[in-house]
Design a protein around this ligand. Structure first.
Ligand SMILES: C[S@@+](CC[C@H](N)C(=O)[O-])C[C@H]1O[C@@H](n2cnc3c(N)ncnc32)[C@H](O)[C@@H]1O
Length: 237
């Protein structure tokens, strides 16, 4: 049971469409990839088919397609998927508009990707996401995850609040407040005169809890892909 029903509300503000989880379509269109496609590409076989859950505008999915992977993107925001399709390198990429938790496609993939720290959702939702990952993974497939690095929960409170990211994006941490279950954060993104905000609670996942959640979905931990433990793999149990 969720001990605080309000804690997982995700809220976004700013120009253009804001998705159910507070993400801004316009902002995600401007946001470049920061090496994520290369991490995923290195973790899966060459030419592996990849299903990305929560693909947004295809920031990671489109470069993966360019790297030679037959990709499929899933998102519950029709606006995100419409934007993906309108981009030069996104046109023609297959997408499915669906909540991740209820997605049950009639096919399996070599790799399933759950990036963007979506695994740091509340525990019941996380388990639903993992069940969907497993359902769409071939018996010899690999699942790739991006979580908040465990250290992030100790350091974000004290991090430099403002940072300039590639793409002319100024990122300002307005609030980083520890909660019993993780970290409540409010972030502001500035691009030129446009300002977006996004507020959410990131759930901390201990290694024992992660192993239990993976096992509940008939998955088992694979490898850490990055030294900060932000990226890891899992395989069918
Ligand atoms: C933080 S954005 C990341 C998008 C993309 N992975 C990236 O890194 O650019 C999360 C995306 O997941 C989608 N999303 C969030 N919760 C979802 C759910 N339960 N089912 C389907 N899509 C969801 C949102 O609409 C949004 O496009």
């Amino acid at each position: 049971m969720d001990e605080n029903p309000g804690v997982d509300e995700q809220v976004g503000t700013g120009p253009g469409v804001i998705t159910n989880d507070g993400c801004a379509v316009e902002f995600y269109t401007l946001l470049p990839a920061f090496g994520e496609p290369e991490i995923v590409d290195a973790a899966v076989p060459a030419g592996a088919s990849i299903l990305e859950l929560g693909c947004g505008t295809g920031r990671i999915l489109r470069p993966l397609a360019a790297l030679g992977h037959p990709v499929t993107g899933v998102d519950d925001s029709p606006d995100m998927l419409a934007r993906l399709a309108s981009l030069a390198d996104g046109a023609g990429l297959p997408t499915v508009c669906s909540p991740i938790q209820s997605l049950r496609l009639d096919r399996a993939f070599d790799a399933v990707l759950l990036a963007s720290t979506m695994i740091n959702s509340r525990p019941d939702r996380r388990r639903e996401f993992l069940a969907t990952v497993r359902h769409h993974l071939r018996a010899d497939g690999v699942a790739v995850f991006q979580q908040h690095p465990p250290d992030w929960f100790e350091t974000v409170e004290h991090a430099e609040p403002a940072r300039d990211d590639p793409g002319g994006i100024r990122r300002i941490i307005r609030v980083a407040r520890p909660e019993p279950s993780g970290m409540y954060v409010e972030v502001e993104y500035r691009v030129g005169d446009d300002v977006w905000t996004h507020a959410w609670t990131a759930r901390r996942i201990g290694e024992r809890e992660l192993a239990d959640d993976l096992a509940a979905a008939s998955l088992r931990f694979g490898d850490w892909l990055t030294g900060d433990h932000a990226w890891f793999t899992a395989r069918p149990a």
